[in-house]
Design a protein around this ligand. Structure first.
Ligand code: NAD
Ligand code: AKB
Length: 314
């Protein structure tokens, strides 16, 4: 019987992932962890700090957990304000999860990020294997985390699987302090009739993905036969790449009154250090990854769903 624990599950990804896992495996088989209880939540919650390894073990035993989706993390922009805390949270929780995976024979999903790449990486169609010299503490923890996953797989046989998500765009939960957050914020501000101040310049181009594709990729990767998973660091993964200006043009097709001012801040440097586009051939060849949503479709979904959300709030 599959019993899944999702750490950091009330964040941007977990808010979409948990209902999908509930549909697939039954609501009673999905346990969501986070630091703080959200205003509303449909499912079983275990609120505690995932750095507390004894508590994690207690919850694994209490619910007979067989799989962990380990999402608890501090993201890139937030992490630059508290780099040492970012190292502690991101690395300590991952190591605890991997140690417990050895002890309880757990299967693990742990997301990496395009943040593993840095300014010395080729920026266009960034290959799976290339120079990786990240310049943010978040990126450093992601690269070190990838190597740790690979180590635990090779040394202890842990079935740990990972993708390097690009920037993720969704409407259910706002993003939690990343560099790609502008690609979500534009929708909130434009629908509220507010001028949008974009914290990166118009030409800034990054790889992105609509959340439904990201959730499907994660579940498909976890369900793929073990022998097809050849990469135990993390798979490159992408759906689309667009500049901030291209996104502005697409949103303006739906909201002609949109006002955008470009005011790059410290996050510009992080964005400039990341790839503009990703080569994810390995994921497509080895476990059949295919994205479905492109820029025009993502824009339409975001506007329709956020309008519905805001109407519901009024
Ligand atoms: P998020 O910040 O929205 O959510 C993370 C959640 O973890 C938050 O709800 C936070 O309260 C919780 N958390 C933090 N520290 C914790 C702790 N010690 N114990 C328990 N909970 C804790 O992040 P997200 O966007 O949902 O990202 C989830 C994972 O996906 C992260 O590993 C992130 O690096 C990765 N990722 C996300 C994106 C993206 O665009 N969202 C892109 C690449 C990779
Ligand atoms: C961030 O910007 O920190 C995340 C990511 C791409 O890892 N969205």
């Amino acid at each position: 019987m599959t019993k899944i624990l999702v750490s950091g599950g009330c964040g941007q990804i977990g808010t979409d992932l948990v209902p999908e896992l509930q549909k697939k495996y039954g609501k009673e088989n999905i346990i969501t962890n986070d630091l703080r209880e959200p205003e509303s939540w449909d499912g079983i919650l275990e609120i505690f700090d995932f750095q507390d390894v004894e508590k994690v073990e207690e919850v694994i035993k209490k619910h007979n957990i067989t799989v962990i989706y380990h999402l608890a993390c501090i993201l890139s922009a937030a992490g630059e304000k508290i780099p040492y805390k970012t190292w502690e949270v991101n690395m300590q929780t991952l190591r605890n999860v991997l140690d417990l995976a050895v002890k309880y024979n757990l299967k693990i999903f742990w997301p990496s990020s395009i943040a593993v790449f840095g300014p010395s990486t080729p920026r266009d169609k960034t290959p799976q294997d290339t120079v990786m010299e990240p310049t943010t503490m978040y990126g450093i923890t992601k690269r070190a985390g990838e190597m740790l996953c690979n180590y635990y797989h090779k040394k202890f046989g842990v079935d740990v699987r990972s993708v390097r998500y690009p920037g993720l765009i969704s409407y259910k939960q706002e993003p939690g302090g990343g560099t790609t957050d502008y690609a979500v914020e534009i929708f909130y501000d434009s629908l509220k009739g507010k001028p949008f101040s974009c914290f990166v310049g118009p030409e800034t181009t990054l790889p992105m993905m609509y959340m439904d594709d990201a959730i499907r990729a994660s579940i498909e990767l976890m369900e793929a036969p073990a022998e097809s998973i050849k990469i135990r660091t993390s798979y490159n993964l992408t759906a689309m790449s667009f500049s901030a200006e291209e996104l502005e043009r697409e949103v303006r097709k739906h909201i002609p009154a949109l006002q955008v001012a470009y005011n790059p801040d410290k996050r510009q440097k992080i964005a400039d250090s990341w790839p503009a586009s990703i080569d994810d051939t390995k994921a497509r060849e080895e476990w059949g990854w295919q994205h479905k949503v492109d820029l025009p479709e993502m824009t339409k979904i975001m506007i329709d769903e956020l309008k519905r959300k805001f109407d519901g709030e009024n």
